[in-house]
Unconditional design. Structure first.
Length: 85
């Protein structure tokens, strides 16, 4: 089970979406990948949880996932953080 808590400030506008990205293909720090787990981060602070498959857990602990928050001004993601163990 993946459990998260986070916060943000100073975005260009309200958060419109947030996701954990990873597999298909797994993403190194400079890459892009498909959404694995959607997250609700329309206000800060935010939190949530999800059950991962064994493959997802392995990719996450290998540092191949990242989290990003989108805004209307930055539809591709305004802030992003690579997840590490």
């Amino acid at each position: 089970k993946l459990t998260w808590k986070g916060s943000y400030s100073g975005l260009t506008g309200p958060a419109t979406a947030a996701h954990f990205h990873g597999a298909n293909p797994p993403s190194p720090p400079a890459g892009n990948a498909k959404v694995e787990i959607p997250a609700t981060a329309t206000s800060s602070p935010f939190s949530g949880s999800a059950t991962l498959t064994d493959a997802q857990a392995a990719e996450l602990t290998a540092g191949k996932w990242y989290f990003n928050i989108h805004t209307a001004a930055n539809k591709g993601g305004e802030i992003r953080g690579q997840l590490t163990k």
